[in-house]
Write a protein that binds this ligand. Structure first.
Ligand code: ATP
Ligand code: MG
Length: 273
């Protein structure tokens, strides 16, 4: 090829590349603009963090909302054929008092009285670390990165469609009961972790197996609230399976999971949580 022609081609390619980049940036900007107008109450800093994620190397597009709850919105995102869940806490509606209570007793965190943003950041850090720790023992989405009030993790999905919650599907409940019991035992006795908010809402069903999500309230077993939270988790799980016709006894379940008898004082404490 003639040199002049080659240069022309290279120039044209560069131009196309720039146009393409510009288009991507425009699309990302548009997405963030739409968030602002669709009644979302994300602050500027959150929007900027989301924008940085989009222009960074991790995700190409934030494609839709998986769930919009009181404290957090979960988006689905992807890069090529990899799918992600992006959990964004709304700093303005978080329950800081409760968050503070859970963070305070955790030996992994040394926060003195902090600003609300610092508390949410520590909360996300906790969820991130819990997910990683739990993921070494039971099935969870892999935690990828955290940035202040934003957590990026693997999307639990089938062909890009987020997996349903245990609450919303028909499965072999006896089989799930056994699997969840085992997993809770492993989580407590080997990973030294209590989920803290375990129920049919935070267990997804993928490939006929339970996948555990939403570890933000999770605490390590040394935490002063760990037994109380474990009792609550056990009761929630037993209650669900009882409604599905499975014979359960929460005291026996607790003993199976923890290896200890249920302490009456802990049980009393659990009632107020
Ligand atoms: N990694 C994931 N893969 C697929 N779906 C997810 C993932 N993470 C969260 N979801 C979906 O988003 C919902 C809310 O996520 P999560 O439980 O982590 O937040 P939450 O704080 O409990 O929100 P809410 O207050 O609405 O209950 C889940 O019930 C689930 O349906
Ligand atoms: Mg949840």
């Amino acid at each position: 090829m003639k040199d002049v022609l080659k240069m022309d081609l290279a120039k044209r390619e560069k131009q196309l590349d720039q146009e393409f980049q510009k288009k991507i940036v425009e699309r990302k900007k548009k997405f963030l603009e739409s968030l602002k107008t669709e009644n979302e109450v994300f602050d500027q800093r959150t929007l900027l963090n989301m924008y940085n994620l989009l222009v960074g190397k991790h995700v190409d597009e934030i494609s839709g909302v998986v769930n919009s709850g009181k404290e957090a919105v979960v988006f689905s995102a992807h890069k090529d054929d990899e799918y992600f869940a992006l959990k964004v806490y709304r700093v303005s509606t978080c329950d800081f008092k409760t968050m503070w209570k859970y963070i305070q007793g955790d030996p992994r965190f040394h926060l003195r009285r902090s600003s609300t943003r610092q508390i949410v950041t520590a909360w996300v850090e906790k969820e991130y670390r819990n997910l990683l720790r739990a993921g070494d023992y039971i099935t969870t989405p892999e935690a990828i990165l955290k940035r202040e009030n934003i957590l990026l993790m693997e999307l639990v999905h089938e062909d890009g469609i987020p997996s349903p919650r245990l609450k919303d599907v028909e499965v072999d409940f006896k089989e799930f009961y056994e699997m969840i019991r085992e997993d809770m035992k492993i989580l407590y006795q080997e990973a030294n972790l209590v989920h803290g908010d375990l129920s049919e809402y935070n267990i997804l069903v993928n490939d006929d197996e339970p996948v555990y999500i939403d570890f933000s309230q999770g605490v390590v077993s040394q935490h002063p609230l760990s037994k109380t939270l474990l009792i609550r988790d056990v009761k929630n799980v037993c209650g669900f399976f009882k409604r599905k016709g499975i014979k359960t006894d929460y005291k026996e379940f607790y003993k199976f999971v923890s290896g200890e008898e249920l302490d009456l004082i802990d049980e009393e404490m659990a009632k107020s949580y």
